[in-house]
Design a binder for this molecule. Structure first.
Ligand code: SF4
Length: 277
């Protein structure tokens, strides 16, 4: 069995930066997971006493709060500032950007359209910066029933697929007089997506490693599946199954932007331990 890693995979700039900040800060809390990878969150708790709270209401005596890579809502940020706690802002700059765009465009009277998952923390945060109408959609179909004003601004969740974003932009351009389009899909996501596509085209089994709650990991998995039907999404080596590899010769491996190398290494070791020819 030949194992090939994607040309670009795993930890992105934003996640690396957030982990460094958390390790340096120590003894702090995050509102929601710092990154979308359970094993890495457990390591940060064990080694650096960085605790994950599910909601801002759970804050008690914590003196230091780290803002996760996906950011938080404008209201939650204000609550933190008012509480006079020390704030360590690990919001990825690529997530800060759409927050700023939404605030600016909204202040200029544009309605906002976000291509993304309405329940994703990044989208919730970005959305909170609007004071005009905001619509969160996953396809142009969802726009059909909406009556827009004559100026709209379109942005994307950072981890979405560019092709779908373009489809939505094209649809809006035909329907609305003035459309401002901001491609806020982050570069790391784009590179990992291109790389997994190439990988899936030339291998007969693909393993994607990453958190099941990670949007960019899911996206990698969907792309892989498009080009290689035997694609699997796993969180760690415990989920690797020997029978997936029967009659396969070439295995491609990629990982989401929140997946640390130590997990990827364990997955590869597990595959190698099967001693497949
Ligand atoms: S995937 Fe992109 S937007 Fe998300 S944390 Fe990484 S660099 Fe930032």
């Amino acid at each position: 069995m030949k194992i090939e890693l994607a040309k670009s995979y795993g930890f992105c700039f934003g996640v690396r930066r957030a982990i460094k900040q958390a390790e340096k800060t120590k003894n702090a809390a995050t509102i929601g997971p710092l990154i979308h990878n359970n094993d890495e969150i457990t390591r940060l708790k064990k080694d650096f006493n960085v605790n994950t709270l599910s909601d801002i209401s759970e804050l008690k005596d914590e003196k230091k709060v780290i803002i996760r890579t996906h950011g938080i809502t404008k209201d939650d940020l204000q609550v933190l500032k008012d509480s006079k706690r020390e704030i360590i802002d690990a919001t990825c700059p690529f997530v800060k950007k759409p927050q700023e765009i939404v605030e600016k465009m909204s202040n200029e009277g544009y309605e906002i359209i976000i291509f993304g998952d309405v329940n994703h923390p990044e989208v919730k945060g970005v959305k909170s910066y609007a004071n005009t109408n905001v619509y969160v959609v996953l396809s142009e179909k969802e726009l059909e029933s909406i009556k827009f004003s004559n100026k709209v601004a379109l942005i994307s969740q950072t981890t979405k697929k560019i092709e779908q974003f373009i489809q939505i932009a094209n649809y809006l351009i035909l329907k609305v007089k003035e459309v401002r389009v901001f491609n806020t899909i982050c570069d790391a996501t784009f590179k990992n997506q291109e790389a997994v596509k190439n990988l899936a085209m030339k291998n007969d089994i693909i393993i994607i490693v990453g958190g099941k709650n990670s949007s960019n990991t899911k996206q990698l998995f969907l792309i892989a599946k498009e080009y290689c039907k035997d694609s699997y999404l796993i969180e760690n080596e415990d989920e690797v199954c020997k029978k997936w590899f029967e009659n396969k010769n070439n295995c491609g491996v990629s990982a989401g932007a929140s997946t640390p190398n130590w997990i990827i290494d364990k997955v590869i070791k597990k595959i190698e331990s099967f001693n497949l020819n």
